[in-house]
Design a protein around this ligand. Structure first.
Ligand SMILES: [Zn+2]
Length: 81
């Protein structure tokens, strides 16, 4: 949808794009820590209302990639029987 500019649900080509803003109080965003906010861009089909959310900022994706490596690996709970 973001690349094709076409709605995957109804094939409409009229897509409304709402850019996320890092610093706005009530914009579209993901909080990944108290201080780090990832802006989300919304792509909405004006025909059927289908909406996708994308992180379109390459720097933000890099920050998230680093966050993954900081997350603890998932435990295998099968030993806890
Ligand atoms: Zn649509």
């Amino acid at each position: 949808m973001r690349q094709t500019n076409t709605c995957p649900k109804c094939q409409c080509t009229e897509i409304y794009v709402a850019k996320g803003r890092k610093h706005s109080q009530n914009g579209n965003k993901i909080m990944i820590s108290n201080f780090k906010v990832i802006p989300l861009d919304h792509f909405t089909c004006v025909q059927c209302g289908y909406t996708e959310e994308w992180v379109t900022d390459a720097k933000s994706l890099e920050v998230m990639r680093k966050k993954i490596s900081q997350q603890k690996p998932r435990q295998n709970y099968s030993d806890f029987v």
